[in-house]
Design a protein around this ligand. Sequence first.
Ligand SMILES: [Zn+2]
Length: 190
Amino acid sequence: MYRVVISPYTAISLIKITNYMYKKKCGHCGLLLDINLFYKNKYKQDGLKYCCKKCHNITAHNSRVVHYSKEQRKKQYNKEIRNPKSYLSSIYRHMKNRVDGKNYIKTTAEGQKILDKKTFIEWSIDNSRFNKLFYYYINNGRHRKYAPSIDRINVKIGYILSNMQWLTVSDNSIKGNTIDRLNKLIKNKL
Ligand SMILES: [Zn+2]
């Protein structure tokens, strides 16, 4: 059941039908629809997306098609297979954000040591495990679960060469979940 919080702003977009029923006008198709037909958006005053689910799905689908057209995908593929540097740069940016505490979700990496970008890229390009994972990822439609990601072997130590290894995103999250489960087990035993 969706709970509607009424503020002076929401009164504009939500139309009260009865005490328990509100409707909203879709910003795309202009139809007055039940609020259940809108996706939620916690950043909006009324907690709902600007357009209805149907309109949202159509635009999302269109943007996906435009974004990943066959031509573009091929171009991207060729670019990446020749040069993994842009992929590595983005991985480094994520690591740096985690260390600097700029991520939306806080991690244990915050405040830890981090090697410089040049060293990171040089080390990765020479790393046989990275190369293997990267080519597998590229050759399998760049599916996120195969994306190579950096794992801190010991989470209490930061991003330094002796503490880093390449894993796929799915292996990395399996490792994280296993450690969480083990920690819980240990805690409960004590
Ligand atoms: Zn609509």
